[in-house]
Design a binder for this molecule. Structure first.
Ligand code: BGC
Length: 372
């Protein structure tokens, strides 16, 4: 249900201008957006706060654009803020959105633990919270919508193990502060552990990547190479950004394209590296599906539907609970897809995520795949 108090805050300016509350809305015939206090629709519009950690990786810009487009198509208004990896900024932005009268909060937390404070602030105002892509830990999160992140890790490790069933492995994991990074690692170990126990695989270097930054991944990879006299057979990198850093470090040693490297996100640069041969695979997560699903669920949650009512309505997703250290969070997990050079066309390109001519830009035209 929508709340009266924040709504009043939104219209405080109108009240000051001695309009009656009713006159501030659309009942007076003032078209939406023209009275300076509403940008879309009428008084009954749902306002969603969308708080992102960062817009740095290509995917998050897509998440934002697709989310806003869908929410607006469904008649809601979205306030968007990105915190650039700053926990205090993310909390301040959420507080600001709460004071602007949001009806529901959707968060991509920078820091899984620190973001619990944002959930408390929202709940204190009766605002429900959806954890978007990344789980907030130790908080009463209302709903978590993401991909099956353990499976993402398994797909990465399986693709590399297929090429290097025995050998010396390096793990370049994600940011320790991101719960997803732990799930990806869990997936890696699910696949690798039995092979380590058998003695086929040795993990010779294993490191988190601070802030998921490619330059930190590059430094870690340089350290891994030095510590092992370049005797490395395979690298599991947790996403495409870190894979980029890893491949730069490998290139400096003349090893790019000789050592398999995984990734995730189907970023354009990564898809290009895949068809050019320096990256082995990526994991394509149809972000459109995630963004649009959450936009719809956020509106329904704000209108008073229960999580149980929402759960069954998302087709083709796994409905589960995921423990966040405090509660079992109701969760909707979408399917990730492993992408190599072989299925690039049927996945990323067919889905319209990237254009063939962009992915193959640096490949001679006579080597481009034939597309019907
Ligand atoms: C997301 C990945 C992303 C990474 C870095 C993770 O939580 O699931 O898609 O590459 O964060 O932003």
């Amino acid at each position: 249900m929508m709340k009266a108090i924040p709504r009043l805050t939104r219209f405080a300016l109108c009240t000051l201008l001695v309009f009656s509350l009713a006159a501030c809305g659309n009942q007076t015939g003032v078209p939406a957006g023209e009275n300076g206090s509403e940008s879309a629709g009428g008084d009954d519009d749902i306002v969603i706060g969308f708080s992102l950690d960062t817009l740095e990786e290509e995917r998050w810009q897509r998440d934002r654009d697709l989310f806003v487009a869908k929410a607006e198509e469904l008649g809601a208004e979205v306030l968007v803020q990105a915190a650039n990896g700053d926990d205090a900024a993310q909390l301040a932005q959420v507080e600001n959105m709460i004071s602007q009268g949001i009806d529901v909060l959707v968060i991509v937390p920078h820091n899984a633990e620190a973001a619990a404070a944002a959930v408390e602030k929202a709940h204190a105002e009766g605002i429900k919270v959806i954890s978007y892509d990344r789980l907030i830990r130790n908080a009463d999160v209302d709903l978590y919508v993401s991909f099956d992140n353990v499976k993402v890790g398994e797909l990465q490790a399986k693709a590399i193990v297929e090429r290097v069933p025995k050998g010396r492995y390096v793990l370049i994991e994600g940011a320790d502060t991101d719960n997803n990074a732990h799930l990806f690692k869990q997936g890696h170990l699910n696949v690798l552990k039995p092979l380590v126990e058998k003695g086929d695989i040795q993990i010779v270097y294993d490191q988190w990547t601070k802030e998921w930054a490619p330059e930190n991944a590059m430094k870690n990879m340089e350290n891994a190479l030095t510590a092992n006299n370049n005797q490395i057979d395979a690298v599991i990198a947790a996403n495409d950004g870190t894979a980029g850093g890893v491949i730069q470090a490998l290139a400096a040693q003349g090893l790019a394209g000789k050592i398999p490297v995984s990734g995730q996100d189907a970023e354009l640069a990564a898809c290009q590296r895949i068809v050019e041969g320096t990256q082995t695979m990526t994991v394509y997560k149809p972000v459109k599906r995630l963004a649009e699903t959450v936009a719809e669920l956020a509106i329904r949650l704000a209108k008073g539907e229960t999580v149980q009512q929402l759960a069954g309505s998302v087709k083709g997703a796994k409905f589960a609970t995921v423990n966040n250290g405090k509660i079992d969070v109701p969760s909707i997990l979408l399917e990730p897809i492993a992408v190599t050079k072989e299925n690039m066309v049927e996945t990323v390109i067919k889905d319209g995520y990237h254009k063939l001519e962009d992915v193959y830009r640096n490949v001679p035209r006579d080597q481009w795949p034939k597309v019907q």
